[in-house]
Design a protein around this ligand. Structure first.
Ligand code: ARG
Length: 590
């Protein structure tokens, strides 16, 4: 599933006309279209850089034509396009494209009437596996990254109308449950009648692990518990559920705070399906027995998958094979995404290769991918830990963010007339938005340094900066005294949103780029591109606002420039759309 159709975006429209022109001018060559944003306004807004490739291809066919001549031939065949005001061909053979301001003004007028429009692409069913912590071990910052990135990817797809299934593939099955259940039986003999007060699951885990390592009798009992659990004996299922519930509750607290929706579908869900997979692999002769284990050796992979352990149990590999098949055949996913730390890339390569060997999917039709990410580091550039070296509990991390954000707002709030509820909304936007944005604005595949100071800084590419910028625009609109109704009326009565000043034009162009950016992110799943866009949009607004008065004061009277007001309003709406995709809720007052 490659995103090829660029409907509704500027780049998409340009691609359409350039492809057409190239096909007409050079029917014998087929080279991919090269289209990019211009790096310098002197060279226009966009550049088509296909002429060099075409010239080379022609040469290979025995025809010599300089890139600049090729470019001229392409331009001669360009269909009439309302988007383009002019093209220029420098000697090297680039085609510089200048956008038509009337077109820009028209598009902005449309947004002012109908709201921000996102590109329309043929809908797909996307399955996003994210967050996916393990029961009994505290969710850690790695899972937080997965949670934030996976949620943003899901929101992005939802925003463009894809059918999204958000799955929390929690580690709720496996041998560790044997010792947990055995320990639960000992600690809470009454557990059948009352919900056991397990309290802190991490210490409970540690206690049982200690017994498991030191006490042979306990260890034996733990193994028996696994077998009984996996054969679904009610007592064992109840104990297992009680344990999972403790984790579930603390995880849900984190999800609620961050406003993240997830469907829990842990490894246990695939238990019966794992049995079926083993059968399938056996009958199709994909398994090799080695020292009692059943292994699969997928094409091109160094390490085999352990499908059945020597004790007959299943593994992480088995559950991922079952999950892959389920998502392809039962859920009919067109696009499967696994948001998991980069440390697991080998695991996923092997699983996907197995899926291809088994003929489960064709890469030309389905996209199955591991969306990996780097580590979260502390300010000392080492693995993120508490001072005493423990795993940071996510709840504590979020609470600390809220505390600091409140402090920050106390010293910095610009709107003095805020209610208690508005202050809380601003505080949460800064805290949770800050944590999400710090993660998303870094290149996903790299490690990033977690720093409250950096994320709560109101300068630079941070959530706080963007949130202030957004609130400022909303405040400009409020202060103008023009009501929403009056604005709507004005927008409805003008087909164009006229652009006079060069800074207005620049801002309008930036607003319209959202669709290009969205399409790019849909393809690459690199959310920092959207963050960079937002940051550019805010700075472009600042440039605009410092030169273009929205409310013009003349000899004691003030007059609202409605076009500029509308442009500001459209900018804020665009920011809001982009922030929402990132899972950030901007507030109108701050
Ligand atoms: N529970 C795993 C972990 O914490 C992540 C699971 C990711 N999803 C998957 N389908 N394997 O490492």
């Amino acid at each position: 599933v490659v995103v090829k159709d660029f409907a509704g975006s500027i780049m998409g429209r340009l691609a359409h006309v350039f492809k057409k022109a190239i096909k007409e001018a050079f029917p014998t060559v087929s080279v991919p279209l090269v289209l990019a944003e211009a790096t310098n306004p002197k060279f226009g807004d966009y550049q088509c850089n296909s002429a060099m490739g075409i010239s080379a291809a022609l040469k290979a066919q025995g025809t010599a034509k300089r890139p600049a001549e090729v470019a001229a031939d392409i331009v001669a065949k360009l269909p009439v396009c309302p988007l383009i005001s002019k093209t220029e061909i420098p000697p090297a053979g680039f085609i510089n494209v200048f956008l038509n301001e009337e077109f820009i003004a028209k598009q902005c007028g449309e947004i002012s009437r109908h709201g921000v429009r996102l590109p329309t692409i043929e809908s797909r069913r996307v399955i996003v596996d994210f967050s996916s912590p393990n029961i009994a071990k505290e969710m850690h910052v790695g899972h937080l990254r997965s949670t934030i990135i996976g949620d943003a990817i899901s929101r992005l797809f939802e925003a463009i109308g894809f059918d999204v299934l958000r799955l929390n593939h929690i580690g709720d099955w496996g041998t560790q449950f044997g010792m947990l259940i055995a320990h639960l039986f000992d600690r809470f003999p009454n557990f059948q009648k009352e919900t056991p007060a397990i309290g802190d699951l991490q210490s409970f885990y540690k206690e049982s692990k200690k017994r498991f390592d030191e006490d042979a009798e306990f260890k034996k009992r733990a193994y028996e518990c696994v077998v009984k659990l996996q054969s679904s004996q009610p007592e064992f299922i109840k104990a297992w559920n009680d344990i999972c519930d403790v984790s579930r509750k603390s995880n849900n607290e984190v999800y609620d705070k961050l406003d993240i929706k997830l469907n829990e579908r842990g490894e246990s869900y695939y238990h019966n399906r794992m049995e079926a997979i083993v059968e399938e692999l056996k009958t199709r002769s994909f398994l090799r027995e080695e020292e009692g284990r059943h292994l699969m050796f997928p094409t091109g992979c160094d390490i085999p998958l352990t499908v059945v352990k020597s004790d007959g149990g299943f593994t992480y590999d088995t559950s991922d094979l079952a999950a892959l098949k389920n998502r392809l055949f039962e859920e009919n996913g067109d696009w499967l995404i696994y948001v998991v730390d980069a440390g697991q890339s080998l695991h996923f390569e092997t699983i996907f290769s197995a899926g291809r060997d088994l003929g489960w999917y064709d890469e030309a039709v389905k996209r199955v991918e591991h969306v990996g990410f780097g580590l979260v580091l502390g300010e000392d550039k080492k693995k993120f830990k508490t001072r005493s070296g423990e795993t940071v509990r996510l709840k504590d991390l979020l609470d600390e963010g809220v505390r600091r954000s409140e402090e920050k707002l106390k010293e910095k709030c610009r709107d003095r007339d805020m209610s208690e509820a508005e202050l809380t909304a601003a505080r949460d936007a800064v805290a949770y938005g800050g944590i999400k944005y710090a993660d998303l604005s870094h290149t996903r595949t790299q490690d990033y340094i977690f720093s409250y100071d950096r994320m709560l800084d109101d300068k630079g590419n941070t959530a706080v900066y963007l949130l202030y910028a957004y609130a400022r625009i909303r405040s400009i609109v409020r202060q103008s005294g023009v009501s929403q109704e009056e604005m709507d009326k004005y927008a409805a009565s003008n087909e164009l949103l006229p652009l006079g000043h060069p800074k207005e034009v620049k801002l309008a162009k930036q607003v319209l780029k959202l669709s290009d950016v969205i399409l790019q992110v849909v393809d690459t799943l690199m959310l920092h591109t959207l963050c960079d866009y937002l940051y550019n949009l805010s700075t472009t607004f600042t440039e605009f606002y410092s030169e273009c008065y929205v409310v013009e004061k003349l000899e004691g009277t003030s007059k609202v420039n409605m076009n500029r007001l509308l442009l500001a309003h459209v900018t804020a709406n665009t920011m809001e759309t982009a922030l929402n995709i990132l899972g950030i809720k901007p507030v109108p007052k701050m």
